[in-house]
Design a protein around this ligand. Structure first.
Ligand SMILES: Nc1ncnc2c1ncn2[C@@H]1O[C@H](COP(=O)(O)OP(=O)(O)O)[C@@H](O)[C@H]1O
Ligand SMILES: [Mg+2]
Length: 210
């Protein structure tokens, strides 16, 4: 049995990550591929416990490096308890956010530096990286308008101001530009069906290669 593939979705709030993760799992299943959806921060029991602790405090409560260690501790649980066992069982894993969120937010946005983030990541995951990262890119105002239209609770990242969201958008684009083989940048400003079609085309190529 061949191992599964690990695909991550990244992008700002309202980009459509959660929507497209669900579509992608359904698409893979329709192609006869076992697939599971997961998310960060979280995705394993201990990781969800850390998420609760992390989100229970107001913005600015955590020192940025402390925040990185909390997130990386959760990621370690996620990788060890959820992602790797699934991949080894031949199941494809689709994650709503992963390492590039930490690189963009804490590495670039909060100024810790990508090298520092990558070095801590190496401690918890070695050379394990996603096979494909789908960056859902859209203007900040479009994403924020979608979030405003949606009812429900806001999360840690949704409470940031607009200029920080702009910084994050450009951080993600910079990360994508520096790693062409892993990233696929998708125009997420169009309707959900169009975004879905672009994602299915990109993932279709990965299926062919599998
Ligand atoms: N392509 C799209 N066009 C318009 N609205 C969208 C699109 N994709 C998702 N939405 C809506 O925008 C909101 C945010 O989508 P969501 O998938 O939760 O984004 P994210 O997980 O990236 O924050 C939801 O109300 C969702 O139904
Ligand atoms: Mg979401």
């Amino acid at each position: 049995m061949s191992s599964g593939r690990f695909i991550t979705l990244e992008g700002g709030e309202g980009a459509g990550k959660s929507t497209q993760v669900a579509y992608l799992v359904a698409f893979l299943k329709s192609r006869g591929i076992q697939a599971v959806a997961t998310r960060e921060v979280g995705g394993a029991p201990g990781a969800e416990d850390i998420r609760q602790l992390w989100l229970s405090k107001p913005q600015g409560y955590w020192d940025p490096l402390t925040e990185v260690f909390l997130i990386m501790a959760a990621r370690r649980e996620h990788v060890k308890k959820t992602i790797l066992p699934a991949l080894e069982a031949g199941i494809w894993v689709i994650s709503d956010r992963y390492i590039d969120s930490t690189r963009a937010y804490q590495g670039i946005g909060l100024g810790l530096g990508i090298d520092k983030i990558d070095s801590i990541y190496h401690q918890i995951a070695g050379d394990f990286w996603p096979d494909m990262t789908l960056l859902l890119d859209l203007p900040v105002a479009t994403g924020l308008a979608r979030m405003a239209a949606r009812s429900g609770k806001t999360d840690r990242y949704e409470q940031q101001d607009t200029s920080f969201h702009e910084t994050l958008r450009h951080a993600y684009l910079k990360l994508a530009a520096s790693e062409h083989s892993r990233f696929v940048t998708i125009d997420a400003a169009c309707d959900a069906a169009t975004v879905r079609a672009h994602i299915e085309k990109a993932v279709g190529n990965l299926i062919e290669a599998a």
